[in-house]
Ligand binder design. Sequence first.
Ligand code: NAD
Length: 430
Amino acid sequence: MADDPFENMLAQMDRAEEYADVDHGVFERLKHPERTLKVTLPVELDSGEVEVFEGYRCQFDSARGPFKGGIRYHPTVTQREVEALAGWMSWKTALVDLPYGGAKGGVICEPKDLTENDLEKLTRRYTEGIRRMIGPETDVPAPDMNTNSQTMAWLMDTYSMYEGYTVPKVVTGKPLELGGTPGRTAATGRGVSIVTERLFEYLERDLSEATVAIQGFGNVGSHAAKLLDESGARVVATSDVTGAAYDPEGLDVPTLAAHVEAGGLIEEYTDGTLRGASRDRTRWDEPDRIANEELLTLDVDVLIPAAVEGVITAENVDELRASAVVEAANGPTTVAADEVLTDRDIQVVPDILANAGGVIVSYLEWVQNSQEFSWPLETVNAELERRIGSAFDETIARYDEGDIPDLRTAAYTIALERTASAHEYRGLFP
Ligand code: NAD
């Protein structure tokens, strides 16, 4: 049960219902996705073989506006996972008060085994499969795990070919040359870094004294690491699928990020440069190698899961030594583990708040596309900070207000009330 992300999401909703001012009938409606499309995608690979892939697009709730949500390419994608992720998108857009609903897409594939050409064909075929469902005013995809601005460019091109004119607004996370916004690539990691800083202010603790472990060093994890490092925190451990690197004195984040950006894996990382006076380091040692599971239980101030779902579980939660968890990944904590974290007074900034920076800047991209105008990076980053900051403040205010047990439940009560209120104003069709 706990391993099923959809059940996990429902349990999080149930936990919040007690505290949310939501009619029970409306609440029950919020537990069901509006629709999910399953598509079969035969693709002729460069190897000459025809492989038949399977993909999904789930549109969860549109009471507050067009559907919005990323597309994930991963071998473990399932319909239930896509539906859970679409639900989380709905609560996320409501919590940060964007005029959107929630959606998600996924294709079951192992991108590492596909050539660039294979990925382009797969993306175009998937776009054809879901194109009747998406559109600039109906459902706007974006990148997620293993998809990026190039994937969005192929999606936009395919959709535009069918429409007969260029439709940049059908996706966000596009390359700058195609109507993307400055700041989108780093946005989720930037949001993670902002909420971590806000959490430390709230807890009246000094972030520059803090140690941080980050599971996953992809788009989100690496940008969060760079920004937290710049703000003075000590990033002591990070990982990818191949394993984790740990240095209690602090990793050399810029060098590690350059290694990964150049296509390197964490297990291959042997490089390093002196950190200089800023960290009082006088020598460079190659980081220790530890397992991904070990990273989760390191004695650090902040643990940031930034990879996949369900990594903090009933099995390992008692071993956790971090005093705060900032959920950069979607759904990294199972419900059983969540209850233990609350009992242990470990503050958790929930995913629907912590990783909302990506969808906020996606919204800013969409607004710029609507205006056929572009904003400078400073404007985008300032607006991101304002929006995620006020969602953080609202969540804290709700948490401090009453007997709500944790920040996730506080965030959910706000999101569910906003979505339910939209449903009530709109009424039940027909
Ligand atoms: P990514 O593909 O760029 O990076 C994922 C990282 O996690 C890689 O370093 C990968 O090696 C590592 N990883 C994968 N499986 C792992 C495992 N089992 N153990 C340890 N490490 C593992 O993906 P991303 O875009 O950085 O997304 C990471 C998480 O953040 C996902 O949960 C995603 O849904 C969430 N998220 C992403 C965005 C975004 O804008 N990209 C926005 C909101 C939420």
